[in-house]
Design a protein around this ligand. Structure first.
Ligand code: SAH
Length: 224
């Protein structure tokens, strides 16, 4: 699929983004780098931000939400250690960019979004890119998607008060959950691993995400 891609007007910017923002910061997984060289990130941002799509920063995607900085997408994806055979759950579809990267690296991806407008736009774009193994659903992702569990990887792209129990329960043995945890201005990216009957977590890096909503997310009045 990757070989068939029509090089876009932004292909040079994309190669530079991967070299300067991702490889230079120490991520060298060849499959991940190839996926990031392929996915046309400029199609996932608002048209007025297309020129900035390959810069080292997050960007608005509508409904008050943001697409993460490319390096954070790379770091979170890298932490899942995907080999290609996995079923993966993403919470927070947003633009669908992260889901597209996951779609190239895993067997099957389910991605959940609360805003129907974002979910529809993402689903349309993912279909145009022929990423048929990515399924977008409108749902409260703080509860996961039990009917498709277990997942070998779960990636949450909005900040939660803590790692939601249902997501940990839906992790298969050996599975990994990557999630930003904390309040506005004070979040850590956490990696959770399910080993045997136990869960291990570690803090990876300070991050800044929009809030996770829904039953196990932040309430409107808690996020100030
Ligand atoms: N991964 C996205 C960026 C996501 S921004 C991308 O690559 O573009 C975080 C997203 O999480 C927002 O779109 C927000 O609407 C969504 N979100 C917040 N709470 C949610 C919940 N409980 N369930 C599903 N999606 C949620």
């Amino acid at each position: 699929m990757i070989d068939m891609f029509d090089p876009s007007p932004f292909s040079e910017q994309r190669l530079r983004m991967v070299a300067e923002q991702i490889e230079r910061r120490g991520i060298h997984d060849p499959r991940l780098l190839e996926a990031m060289r392929w996915v046309p990130r400029h199609l996932f941002v608002d048209p007025e931000f297309q020129e900035a799509a390959y810069e080292d920063c997050p960007l608005p995607i509508g409904n008050g939400q943001t697409i993460s900085q490319p390096y954070i997408v790379a770091l979170m994806t890298h932490l899942l250690r995907l080999k290609g055979s996995e079923t993966v759950l993403e919470v927070g579809t947003g633009s669908g960019y992260q889901a597209a990267i996951l779609g190239l690296l895993a067997r099957q991806v389910f991605t959940l979004e609360v805003y129907p407008a974002l979910a529809e736009a993402a689903a349309r774009l993912l279909a145009e890119l022929k990423l048929t193994n990515v399924e977008v659903r409108v749902a409260d992702g703080s509860l996961g998607l039990p009917e498709k569990a277990p997942y070998q990887g779960i990636l949450v792209t909005a900040a939660a008060p803590c790692a939601p129990g249902p997501l940990l329960e839906q992790l298969g043995s050996g599975g990994r959950l990557v999630i930003p945890v904390g309040a506005r201005g004070n979040q850590d990216l956490q990696l959770w691993q399910h080993k045997g009957t136990r869960f291990f977590s570690k803090d990876i890096a300070p991050v800044a995400f929009v809030p996770l909503r829904g039953s196990l997310g932040w309430k409107e009045n808690e996020w100030r």
